[in-house]
Design a protein. Structure first.
Length: 924
């Protein structure tokens, strides 16, 4: 969501072999090429903020490297040229023995992938420069600390030595000095660090058979390659799949002059947000660590100061930081997060981006920025998503009135209420979740290797780290509940225990497998299962649109209002009962797009249907139909009353008839056993078996369903139509305004529809010649889509049944496929999402487009809806908007999400047509 300045295509006009851009040459719109980090560093440079000099190697170079295994020709020379410029700007040279320049080399893809790729710091320190570095900063300890960090990072990242090798040596160095193993690294003096550097070098040699190069230029090119390669690392791939980030984008590499936060008490490093990323509340927010490098803050290994505490420590740097944060928020017109370093009192801005936020914060910030005139209504709408709204409709914990006290409190890092069995490793989380358990991943702190466990868990609980720790950032990004930094919990991952060490609950132990609850909204941890209640947003809808001033609920109301005013797609609900219909109406549905009538035939009514199927005589059949007629009339009357004045689309019976009869195998076995043991079997039972055999189908989903049933079972559809017609008449008599439509399912051929519709119209006329009830068709078979021109001759409306349309287009059972090969297909990239969840635009979508076009060729004013599951899916809603559909219909609970997305689809399509840069462009 970046400000658009100039044309996004400006950089494409550059020669294709330009692979390196100085910060001064880039801008925020260039994130495709420079990655988010590179583009935003360029933007900050242009804004005149204090950014250390640097340059960015493009994603194009990365893509070339990943494809060919070689750096693009000329890249080395381009890097050398830009390095020379950087050296001039910094007034220092790489490898200069007296005053060496040190560089950081960082990854930065178009979409932020926090902690998923590699970074190498302190490039340029080597035997020849370490003394010069010590001299320049007047600090020998510092110089050796840089050197050992370089060997450690380079060894791990470029040469593949495991992190534990270095950790072990670091602990030994501390113990040798008489320190405890988790003493801060700052406790090691220059001599100890020199020895440690040499030890690290030996480890690298022994484990990898290679050396960390002594040539700073070689260090630089090794680090660039390692960053490129980290795009394809396991962690990065898992993260991309989870976030839906394409695999072929590649990462840029940002090369920047090192500035140091580890130069003593007047130095330090921090991260900040221009608003609270958890709640969206105004006011800066962040963490600071003095005498530390950036990785130390993000990893959550040491406990941090708040920004206010930093302000007390270094008022000048803090004031300047606040100024820059305000500049950035004003410039980007959004919540920004930043990373900064203070080097001996001098503030440097190392990174910014439009910050990740929780769903609640997204709504609140968009509404606040709208209210203060920073953004307009369209932009505010584009700042939130249906997925975020769905998250806000998750349940939360029931208030216990203090009856259940938390055993510990931590930082509320990502909201929601999560209950699950405690697990202490990522692998355990994955295994138990796969077995069907809800789990909470409990870790001292998380690192990127915990990602699979975080995905599998309902919630994440950590003992250390702040709101910007890895656990917090990643959990927020995925919408997982997270409580972090619970310092009163002593977590032993080996033993699988978490022990409360302080407070009234001291001594309580959570063991592996115990049920626990965590509240990501207030940071509470409970050693029991807490009942869960619906969200304030749901309460708001249930309360007919009144709210108690909760800023998030108010924001949802405002943005939904804007969405409704922009939407061209209507939103109806799939509802079969008066209760569902009433709820759908409270959630903002404009009618029922699909009332499935099959549930009206199940349960205690099943024996009546059985009698209908088995009827020997016309009289038996009529008796059964008359009984069903009464029941159906009452069903329809309830639905029409709940939706009075709004359309109710009744779909005539669809499922295979055998579903109303006993199971063939069970009945066969029952009778065979009775016969074998000479037990009596009634004639009725044997007739039933014969009937079940008659109706049995190998492939019922492709068998006697839908309109076929209506044409084959005499009187069935006529009874349903009569029930509806009589319900309309009765409702009118009660002063209501019923508005019903009849929908014929699973039509493949126009003549099927012609017959079924003729019968429906005849019955409608019989009940009341003045009744105007339109009769339409579900398009849910490829043949129907392809012959839509002829079908439309008999249809007063279309509604796409995209569940069956997907099933029959792909030839995959909608009931079985998701369990069997879907994970493998997602893994192989055959699907990027399940086609039953999100419309497949090229296949099923092409049929939808064709049917819309052909149907309207016959009837230009043909009303067209969608009532498959896709009607509530955000991405699919955008597709349907573009395809010219009139409305979508979805489950009542998804109605608000569909309303929001219908509005967004209209705004985004308009922006795209106007050639603007879609989301986040300047609309002031
Ligand atoms: C469909 O097929 O998309 C549809 C709505 O009908 P059902 O799910 O009831 O088959
Ligand atoms: Mg269907």
């Amino acid at each position: 969501m970046l400000k658009t300045e100039g044309s996004a295509s400006a950089y494409r006009a550059e020669p294709p072999d330009r692979y390196v851009y100085d910060f001064a040459d880039g801008q925020a719109t260039m994130s495709d090429l420079l990655g988010g980090k590179g583009a935003n560093l360029a933007e900050m440079t242009r804004l005149g903020l204090p950014v250390p000099p640097g340059f960015t190697v493009t994603t194009e170079a990365c893509r070339h490297y990943l494809k060919t295994g070689r750096l693009p020709g000329g890249l080395d020379a381009q890097i050398a040229k830009h390095l020379a410029g950087l050296e001039q700007a910094a007034g220092r040279r790489l490898g200069d023995a007296d005053d060496p320049l040190l560089l950081s080399v960082r990854s930065g893809a178009k979409f932020s992938m926090p902690g998923m790729m590699e970074t190498v710091l302190n490039i340029g320190v080597c035997d020849a420069t370490v003394a010069g570095l010590a001299k320049r900063y007047g600090d020998e300890r510092f110089a050796w600390d840089c050197y050992r960090r370089l060997v450690q990072m380079y060894g791990r990242t470029v040469l593949g030595v495991s992190a534990e090798e270095f950790e072990r040596a670091l602990i030994q160095a501390k113990v040798r000095k008489g320190l405890v193993p988790d003493a801060p690294d700052t406790a090691l003096d220059a001599d100890a660090l020199r020895a440690l550097t040499r030890r690290f070098q030996r480890i690298v040699r022994e484990v990898s058979g290679q050396e960390v190069p002594q040539s700073p230029r070689e260090q630089l090119s090794g680090a660039v390659r390692a960053v490129f390669e980290s795009w394809d690392g396991q962690r990065a791939r898992v993260y991309r799949r989870r976030e839906g980030i394409p695999d072929d984008l590649g990462t840029a590499v940002t090369v920047m002059t090192m500035v140091f936060g580890n130069l003593g008490g007047d130095s330090g490093t921090g991260v900040g947000f221009t608003r609270d990323p958890a709640t969206g509340a105004p006011g800066v927010y962040g963490d600071y660590l003095s005498d530390a490098e950036g990785e130390d803050v993000v990893s959550g290994v040491r406990n941090t100061l708040t920004l206010e505490q930093f302000g007390a420590l270094d008022p000048d740097a803090y004031r300047e930081l606040r100024r820059h944060m305000a500049t950035l928020e004003e410039h980007y017109r959004d919540l920004c997060d930043i990373e900064f370093t203070v080097e001996r009192g001098k503030l440097w801005m190392l990174q910014t981006r439009v910050g990740k936020r929780t769903a609640a914060a997204a709504f609140r910030i968009a509404a606040d920025l709208l209210a203060d005139g920073t953004i307009d209504e369209d932009e505010a709408l584009c700042r939130v998503t249906g997925e975020q709204l769905a998250q806000l409709m998750f349940p939360c914990f029931a208030p216990s009135g203090g009856a259940i006290a938390p055993i510990a409190k931590g930082i509320a890092a990502s909201p929601g209420a999560a209950v699950g069995h405690a697990v202490f490793s990522s692998a355990d989380a994955v295994a138990r979740a796969a077995a069907g358990d809800r789990v909470i991943l409990v870790r001292r702190e998380t690192n990127p290797d915990d990602l699979p466990g975080m995905i599998a868990a309902s919630g994440v609980l950590t003992g250390r780290g702040g709101k910007t720790s890895h656990a917090a950032v990643v959990a927020r990004g995925m919408g997982r509940t997270c409580v972090c930094g619970v310092e009163s919990l002593e977590i032993d991952e080996q033993l699988g225990t978490a022990t409360v060490t302080r407070g009234r609950s001291a001594g309580i132990v959570i063991n592996r497998g115990d049920l626990i609850s965590i509240d990501g909204t207030d940071g509470s941890v409970y050693d029991t299962e807490i009942p869960v209640v619906s969200s304030p947003v749901v309460e708001y809808f249930e309360g007919h649109g009144t709210h108690t001033g909760d800023p998030v609920v108010a924001a949802v109301a405002t943005l939904l209002g804007i969405a409704d005013s922009r939407a061209q797609l209507g939103v109806r609900a799939n509802a079969d009962t008066p209760a569902d219909a009433a709820r759908a109406r409270r959630f903002g549905a404009h009618g029922i797009g699909l009332a499935r009538t099959e549930h009206m035939f199940l349960g205690e009514r099943r024996p009546i249907v059985e009698r209908l199927i088995l009827a020997e005589s016309q009289q038996d059949r009529t008796n059964a139909l008359n009984r069903l007629l009464e029941l159906q009339r009452a069903d329809f009357t309830g639905l029409l009353a709940a939706m009075d004045g709004l359309p109710v689309t009744v779909r005539l019976l669809d499922p295979p008839l055998h579903e109303f009869l006993p199971d063939l195998t069970e009945l066969s076995v029952e009778i065979a056993v009775a016969d074998a043991t000479h037990q009596p079997v009634t004639a009725e039972r044997r007739e039933l078996l014969a009937a079940v055999r008659r109706w049995h189908e190998q492939n019922p989903m492709l068998g006697l369903r839908g309109v076929r049933l209506g044409l084959v079972v005499p009187g069935l559809y006529a009874m349903q139509v009569r029930a509806l017609a009589e319900a309309i008449v009765a409702r009118r008599g009660d002063g209501g305004a019923p508005l019903a439509h009849i929908m014929i399912p699973l039509v493949a051929e126009a003549h099927e529809l012609e017959l079924a519709r003729a019968e429906a119209k005849r019955v409608l006329r019989e009940v009341d010649p003045g009744l105007t009830v339109s009769v339409g068709v579900m398009i849910e078979l490829p043949r129907a889509a392809l012959t839509a021109r002829r079908i439309a001759e008999h249809a007063e409306f279309f509604s796409f049944g995209t569940n069956d349309l997907t099933q029959t287009t792909w030839g995959m059972s909608r009931d079985d496929a998701e369990g069997a090969f879907f994970p493998a297909y997602l893994e192989h990239g055959v699907f990027t999402a399940s086609p039953f969840g999100t419309i497949d635009p090229e296949g099923v979508g092409a049929l939808v487009r064709a049917a819309v076009k052909r149907g309207r060729w016959t009837r230009p004013d043909l009303e067209i809806g969608v009532c498959g599951e896709h009607g509530g899916d955000p991405a699919s809603i955008h597709f349907f908007h573009q395809a010219g559909v009139d409305y979508v219909s979805c489950s009542p609970f998804r109605v608000p999400v569909a309303r929001l997305e219908a509005g967004r689809a209209a705004v985004l399509a308009r922006r795209e047509a106007a050639g603007s840069d879609a989301v986040g462009s300047d609309t002031r």
